[in-house]
Write a protein that binds this ligand. Structure first.
Ligand code: HPA
Length: 271
């Protein structure tokens, strides 16, 4: 697998030069429509962004948006590339590398995930307080940029406490049912078995999903402030009688789109 080094970094672009951007947001499965009523100033297709490429996952639009909200500028990655798409780490990490190029200091990572805690219901949201990486590898092994990334980065506080609180309050104000908890990442693309879900519960996970963790690790290592939110799209395998489908995931996230839109506006205004 190719290393992410200074030559790769030269190819990473700043598509909005001269703009001062407060925060980048990555919208995960089902979240895409949450930004449709914001003031979108510019839209770039992922296939026009070097090294990113178009997402192959249904429900992930694949557009980078420049948004103006309450007089300040924000960017939104509407859809994400996943490790399970089997294109290596680079497309997964390009959004963070672009944030570094653009000098962006805050990143909000959103996703859909299976809920493991007893008190969670589909369409609730969870502020990510910490994570467990069960993807079987560490994306920082692929990065050779010593000026940006230390060899051994601290992961004691990946999810910025101040941003966690802002996210929590933003969700409450948007009338979302909100929890705080630990997100556990697997590679996918399969959902888990019931035995895996039981094991992950005993490990301390509150939600499980197939994304976010690599981006959060790399953003944290580069010194960005990271926030993360999961929309509980289903209960983990075996916790409800239903078999799991991507359609159910999209539907349950879709059900709270207007509230998630409010939550995003509240969060951006306060960040
Ligand atoms: N497991 C893993 N990823 C997911 C799930 C799940 O139950 N729901 C949405 N993404």
């Amino acid at each position: 697998m190719n290393c992410i080094n200074s030559e790769i970094m030269e190819e990473i672009t700043n598509p909005f030069p001269g703009e001062e951007i407060v925060c980048a947001t990555v919208l995960g499965s089902g979240w895409g429509e949450a930004i449709e009523n914001f003031n979108i100033i510019q839209k770039i297709d992922y296939s026009d962004i070097p090294l990113l490429g178009q997402t192959t996952v249904i429900g992930h639009a694949g557009s980078l948006l420049l948004i103006e909200h309450e007089g300040r500028k924000f960017i939104v990655f509407q859809g994400r590339r996943h490790f399970y798409e089997n294109k290596g780490w680079l497309p997964v990490l390009v959004p963070v590398l672009m944030c570094i190029k653009m000098g962006i200091k805050n990143i909000l990572l959103t996703n859909a995930g299976g809920g493991l805690s007893e008190n969670m219901s589909p369409s609730d949201v969870m502020v990510i307080s910490d994570h467990i990486n069960m993807m079987g590898c560490n994306p920082l092994m692929m990065i050779d940029l010593p000026d940006i990334f230390p060899m051994f980065s601290d992961q004691s506080y990946i999810y910025c406490k101040e941003l966690q609180n802002k996210l929590f309050v933003s969700a409450v104000k948007a009338d979302l049912q909100v929890h705080k908890g630990v997100y556990l990442a697997v590679t996918g693309p399969t959902f888990e078995t019931p035995a895996e879900i039981r094991a992950y519960k005993t490990m301390g996970a509150s939600a499980v999903g197939m994304s976010t963790v690599p981006t959060a690790m790399v953003a944290n290592a580069a010194g960005l402030k990271v926030a993360g939110m999961t929309c509980i799209s289903n209960l983990g395998a075996g916790l409800s009688p239903n078999a799991l489908t991507h359609e159910e995931v999209s539907e349950n996230v879709g059900a709270v789109i207007p509230k998630m839109a409010k939550m995003l506006g509240n969060f951006w205004a306060g960040v």
